[in-house]
Design a protein around this ligand. Structure first.
Ligand code: 3H9
Length: 698
């Protein structure tokens, strides 16, 4: 491995450069190199000032996440930071890029911090289920005060250099490069024209206000949210300890809390989510395959989905022509785009200037011929195969050479759509989730004939839109919706067996979902899955168990929140539903009609069956080669279906629950309903070889 740390000495200044692309993560080799270089500079009598600087795109963005959970290698980051903080010579940290986590803690150990314009700084550890474990919980509140320090650590959000300067987190924002500014400062110090305190000298000059400190601690404790996530509470404990305990004991307190947290299943799951998202975006088979350039796009269909996609494209600076069948439909589609923009401005997510700029890029048309110059055309018409194939047949004729032709369909076979054109190599599925302007997930669906560069374009587009892409093969529903359907089916069985929708929702909220499956149905509308069920009714195997409670609700006009009633009742204008005895009566009548004697269903059973159904559907997606790996399935569920991030996704949760246990449960459940619960083949294969789903991600 190339040296990750370089040292240079000129006129009493030692410059130590960290170089571990892509983000200078503070892995073991870098720590060893830095410790050695720092010791050398600290003991070299010629050196009077030490500058720490990073090569490449950023100052260290944190500890190396991939090292967590493995035996720690010396020197540990807290030891390295302690050595720097104890330096008898002034140390300047020259910052640029994303100064995050352990990277910020390293900077906090220096006596002076200078940041280049555009630098962002933060402590995102909480989002990984841990806390700043290299002195951050102790040094930061002493430097900037307990309240802002808690704000940074509990939100995990980065701040800009200007704000960091206001808070006293950094000492200056440089005019140009931070390294050059640090060099000028060091030379001025050597010439006697500037002061450069050591970290210890600065710490000695500070006197905390105990009352303000404890009040910040108390109000942070009062605001704690999810009790299942221990990290925020431990961060607050550490900040309290920084005031109440002697310095050494404070650092030891932080270390103990860090070690405890890093080993929790929640932290393991959050780490998995972080790495899985990046893994999903990496497609080794596309290395070196250039993506096509996208400047102009067309969106065919101005319904809610089409309008949301148009907004997403506009947000990335891509010009959009929206096509509808006539002027009235076009006006309605453009109005939907305007409404989405309006709401974003109201919520402060978009500036009025950005909206104006986006609006400059929109045009409308009522004929597909208007799309002849588009680099990308996204079809978002209704789920009607004849209509879709007609659109693609026309696009095959109209679109320019090398235009990417994308379908948003999740139920019409992409290969049949592609066959309707003269150019199946240009056809890809881009499955957005509603609202497309906001939802993070984009399933990139690769057809039998899709050209590699078209796939590469799909992934590049996702990145440009700020979305997380997951690759999927062609099937009905793709990854996210297939698992959602399996989850709902399993819950419907329990509904008919004896559980109420309210018990099921409560059990799944307790699992960690922000809302239960029936609240979710009320929110998105019961009519959409109802229409789908009717569409598929002819293909349904009559031997399979079919729960018709949802149909009965729809027939009674209970279409969800928009109708004022669904599984819940929504009194005038209320968004939060209340339980409705009419629904329970309707369910009881349906049970009676089917001859089902209601049984008691507990919350634990609801959660076990939900997880088993989701993980088994995920396993089938692997059997069928639709999903590339288990972690892609996890990402689809985290980013597209609100699966609790701290559980890592259904495949990670299955690993944590134990594959043997789940497989055995599936076999038990299969005695009730073989076709639905039959374990996918991969369970036996993994169990036989002593493997887990995680092993398949490597
Ligand atoms: C910590 O510091 C704990 C300490 O308090 C205590 C220690 C005792 N480790 O995101 P990107 C990789 S906890 C390892 O696509 P971007 C990433 O996997 C840490 N690898 O780029 C990807 O690899 P690949 C606190 C990391 O420009 C590549 O870098 N820090 C790490 O969209 C590019 O990443 C954080 O939580 C890491 N820490 O965003 C910061 N970070 O090319 C986490 C990145 O093989 N990082 N990689 O797929 C980020 O937020 C973003 O990566 C960042 C760049 C904003 C830096």
């Amino acid at each position: 491995m190339a040296d990750q740390v370089r040292s240079a000495r000129t006129e009493g200044i030692a410059t130590i450069t960290l170089d571990n692309p892509p983000v200078n993560a503070l892995g073991a080799d870098l720590r060893r190199g830095l410790m050695a270089a720092f010791d050398k500079a600290a003991t070299d009598p010629e050196v009077r000032v030490i500058i720490l600087v990073a090569a490449g795109r950023t100052w260290p963005a944190g500890a190396d996440v991939r090292e967590f959970g493995k035996p720690p290698e010396a020197p540990l980051l807290p030891e390295l930071c302690a050595a720097i903080a104890g330096s008898a010579k002034p140390v300047i940290a020259a910052l640029h890029g994303t100064v995050l986590g352990g990277g910020l803690e390293l900077a906090l150990a220096a006596g002076v911090r200078v940041a280049a314009p555009g630098t962002t700084l933060g402590l995102p550890e909480v989002s990984l289920g841990i806390l700043p474990g290299a002195g951050g919980t102790q040094r930061l509140p002493r430097l900037i005060g307990a309240k802002p320090a808690l704000g940074l650590m509990l939100s995990g959000l980065p701040i800009a250099a200007a704000r960091a300067l206001d808070l006293g987190l950094i000492d200056a924002v440089s005019d140009g490069g931070a390294a050059e500014a640090a060099g000028r400062l060091a030379r001025a110090y050597l010439a006697g024209a500037a002061e450069l305190p050591t970290a210890a000298e600065r710490a000695a000059g500070r006197k905390p206000d105990p009352e303000a400190w404890l009040s910040a601690v108390a109000s942070a404790r009062a605001g704690l949210g999810n009790p299942r996530l221990p990290a925020p509470g431990r961060i607050i404990d550490c900040v309290e300890a920084a005031l109440l305990l002697p310095e050494d004991e404070g650092f030891a307190f932080e270390r103990t809390a860090f070690v405890e947290l890093v080993e929790t299943p929640e932290a393991g799951a959050l780490r998995h989510a972080f790495l899985a998202e990046r893994h999903a975006m990496r497609q080794p088979d596309l290395d070196g395959v250039p993506a096509r350039e996208i400047h102009r796009a067309g969106v065919v269909g101005g319904g809610q989905m089409g309008a949301g996609i148009a907004v997403a494209l506009l947000g990335a600076g891509i010009a959009v022509t929206l096509v509808e069948r006539d002027q009235t439909a076009l006006a309605a589609g453009l109005a939907r785009v305007a409404t989405i923009h309006e709401r974003a401005v109201e919520k402060g997510r978009l500036t009025p200037e950005a909206r104006e700029a986006a609006w400059e890029l929109v045009s409308g048309a009522t004929v597909l011929d208007a799309l002849e110059t588009a680099d990308l055309i996204v079809e978002a018409v209704s789920e009607d195969e004849a209509l879709k194939t007609q659109v693609f047949a026309d696009l095959g004729r109209i679109a320019k050479r090398h235009a990417v032709l994308a379908s948003t369909s999740s139920s019409v076979d992409l290969n049949r759509i592609a066959a309707a054109t003269s150019r199946p190599e240009d056809v890809i599925g881009l499955h957005f989730f509603a609202p497309a302007s906001a939802m993070k997930l984009l399933e990139v669906v690769v057809g039998a004939g899709t050209a590699p560069e078209v796939v590469a374009t799909g992934f590049a587009l996702a990145k440009r839109l700020g979305k997380i892409a997951v690759r999927s093969g062609v099937c009905d529903g793709f990854i996210g919706n297939r698992i959602l359907t399996a989850y709902r089916t399993a819950m419907d069985f329990l509904l008919e067996d004896g559980a109420s929708p309210y018990e099921i929702d409560a059990a799944m909220r307790d699992f960690g979902f922000p809302f239960g499956p029936y609240q979710g149905l009320d929110l998105t509308g019961l009519d959409i899955p109802w229409a789908r069920r009717r569409r598929l009714s002819l293909r349904r195997d009559p031997a399979r168990r079919y729960v018709a409670i949802g149909d009965r609700l729809c027939e009674a006009g209970r279409l969800g929140q928009k109708a004022g009633k669904g599984y819940y009742l929504y009194p005038e204008g209320e968004r939060k539903g209340v339980e409705d005895p009419d629904v329970l009566r309707l369910i009881a009548a349906e049970r009676q009609a089917r001859g089902v004697v209601a049984r008691k269903v507990g919350a634990a059973e609801i959660r076990r069956r939900a997880l088993a159904a989701m993980a088994n559907e995920g396993a089938r997606l692997l059997d069928e080669g639709i999903a590339r790996c288990p972690s892609d399935i996890d990402v689809a569920m985290l980013a597209g279906q609100a699966f609790p991030r701290w559980r890592g996704g259904p495949m990670m949760a299955a690993d944590q629950a134990g594959l043997l246990e789940i497989r055995n449960e599936l076999r038990d459940f299969a005695r009730e309903e073989e076709a639905f619960w039959r374990p996918a083949l991969i369970w036996d294969e993994l169990i036989k070889n002593g493997l887990t789903f995680a092993d398949l991600n490597r």
